[in-house]
Design a protein around this ligand. Structure first.
Ligand code: TXA
Ligand code: MG
Length: 334
């Protein structure tokens, strides 16, 4: 299969509607089209179609891991399911944006999409290209992240191409995703929000609007989001994570691994302390949590090509980032 590339923006930076229309027609005809969102690129399929299996095939994804349905605005949530009052409130507060809300599904969404569950995750992306594209499709767009299962999520069109070339019909290139990690998944069927997957929107953000909010798996041990039990987001080379700012510890670790071709990724000032070492390459992840998030996934894809060991230094409090780092490195900490 030839994977066609569409460009979302014209030279004057306005959205190329003809390009998006052509891509939407490919999706509506039953094929897979990858598209940019503010979090990561999604691998889209018509959520009402019988072609859902194509997504699982292209990604090598386990069948019981449900897909998120994307719609263009709040009024279209009902195309996927029955939002509770709590869900309505969460959509009003945080959408469009990097949040996925779990509600009871309707009959038009098949159990192929939801991995056999009676619930569905619905998301309204903030990215203008994503919303324009979804509206042109005229149906909810079911989409997981557009990476091969277990690989780092794609935040650039070239990352999608790396994993999906020849496996999907088209990719819409909309530049680098602004947020950089996947949406916060929140169960909104009960009395208060329960976070199933952490992201840019945090428990603290919910607690500004709700008396109570819990993180699943922290208060009880039941895994509520099927995806969280799988290995995820891993580069092809060995990866170690340091949560903190202990320079001596990292220098020791580098010395013990002199035979390796090491890539050190971390906060700007921290990594600048290592510039004099000549057996490692330095990758500046930025000064703030937001920059770090934005740079996270594509840095894994870039550094795995030039090293045989990645050390990730992560000094920020973000639970979303801690969770991605922990999974990417397979819990190998320094
Ligand atoms: O930011 C994002 O969420 C991106 C973009 C493309 O929207 N999508 C994404 O999809 O990350 P995916 O498939 O890689 O991750 C979806 C997560 C999985 O952990 C899945 O188990 C969970 O959401 N999920 C989906 N539907 C669910 C449901 N009905 N109940 C519980 N968890 C659900
Ligand atoms: Mg994913």
């Amino acid at each position: 299969m030839n994977t066609k590339m569409f460009y979302a923006y014209k030279n004057d930076n306005s959205i190329d509607k003809i390009s998006l229309k052509n891509a939407s027609q490919i999706l509506v005809s039953g094929e897979l089209v990858a598209f940019p969102t503010e979090t990561v690129y999604g691998l889209g399929v018509d959520a009402y179609s019988t072609n859902i299996y194509k997504v699982f095939q292209a990604k090598g994804r386990p069948q019981d891991n449900p897909l998120i349905c994307h719609v263009g605005d709040i009024g279209d949530v009902k195309l996927c399911g029955h939002p509770s009052k709590l869900a309505d409130k969460i959509f009003k507060l945080f959408s469009p944006g990097p949040v996925t809300v779990i509600i009871d599904k309707n009959d038009k969404i098949s159990s192929d999409v939801t991995g056999g569950l009676s619930t569905v995750g619905v998301r309204i992306p903030e990215n203008e290209v994503a919303r324009e594209f979804i509206k042109m499709c005229g149906v909810p767009v079911a989409a997981p992240s557009a990476n091969t299962s277990k690989r780092p999520s794609p935040t650039r069109a070239c990352d999608v191409l790396e994993d999906m070339q020849g496996k999907i019909s088209a990719i819409i290139d909309g530049g680098v995703c602004s947020v950089g990690i996947e949406s916060t998944v929140v169960d909104a069927r009960g009395e208060f929000p329960i976070i199933l997957r952490e992201g840019k929107i945090t428990k603290a953000d919910f607690l500004k609007h709700f008396d109570r909010c819990e993180i699943a798996g922290k208060s009880d041990d039941k895994v509520r989001s099927p995806g969280v039990k799988y290995q995820h987001y891993s580069p092809k080379v060995d990866m170690f994570v340091h949560f903190g700012e202990n320079e001596l510890l990292i220098k020791d670790f580098i010395n013990q691994n002199m035979s390796k071709n090491i890539a050190l990724c971390g906060e700007t000032l921290f990594v600048s302390n290592f510039e004099k070492l000549d057996n490692i390459s330095i990758h500046d992840m930025g000064k703030t949590e937001e920059e770090f998030m934005h740079n996270y996934y594509f840095s894994l894809r870039d550094t795995e090509k030039v090293s045989d060991m990645i050390i990730m230094q992560m000094p920020f409090e973000s639970e979303g980032l801690k969770n991605r780092c922990t999974k990417s490195c397979g819990e190998k900490f320094i």
